[in-house]
Design a protein around this ligand. Structure first.
Ligand code: IMP
Ligand code: MG
Length: 177
């Protein structure tokens, strides 16, 4: 059990299971993208640890870049997702793979993917460590998923609760109150 701010979390997915699943996902991408020189776009902040471990497990030639997305301006949700740190690469004619820590409602992707489509990449797929199928609201989910999890809050391995918990080496889930 760990405490972060006002909440208690219990162990959920061990670091061994995470690393094992990452190796399987990397093999899948190695097979599907051989000779296609994919460009990975990792979405900050949450995906930085997953992206680092996943990218090191790949063996094919590939590039990686990072964007930071924010759907809030001050205290208000703007409904659109802005690029707080934008993409510098030209994605035209590239095979793009988005790396996400978690797809929850799908809101982030549903506004970011159309932005990317404007630059006419050859293909776009989404690879997410976690998906919450029960929370999907925007009809967009991952093409490659590490683990499907229940609609409950998780922290660790890059994911935060109010900025904390990202450094936990495994995934924790909110304890039943
Ligand atoms: P979506 O736009 O609703 O799909 O949510 C995407 C973003 O919300 C993710 O990239 C995470 O940063 C954050 N998020 C969603 N669920 C969780 C969670 O259980 N723990 C920590 N962050 C989460
Ligand atoms: Mg995120």
């Amino acid at each position: 059990m760990v405490r972060i701010l006002d909440k208690q979390f219990v162990p959920f997915i061990s670091k061994e299971r995470i690393q094992q699943r990452i190796i399987e996902l990397a093999k899948e991408i190695d097979n599907d993208y051989r000779d296609l020189n994919p460009l990975f776009i990792a979405i900050l902040n949450g995906s930085f640890i997953f992206a680092a471990d996943f990218f090191r497990s790949l063996t094919i030639d590939a590039e990686i870049s990072f964007v930071k997305l924010a759907s809030y301006s001050g205290m208000e949700s703007t409904g659109t997702v802005m690029q707080a740190i934008g993409l510098e690469q030209n994605i035209n004619s590239r095979h793009v793979i988005i790396l996400e820590d978690i797809v929850d409602s799908g809101k982030t992707l549903s506004s970011f993917l159309p932005e990317l489509q404007k630059d006419k990449p050859r293909s776009i797929k989404v690879l997410a460590l976690l998906t919450k199928p029960a929370a999907l609201k925007y009809g967009i989910t991952a093409d490659y998923t590490g683990f499907e999890i229940p609609d409950k809050f998780v922290v660790g391995y890059g994911l935060d609760y109010d900025g904390y918990g990202r450094n936990l080496p495994e995934l924790y889930i909110l304890a039943d109150q």
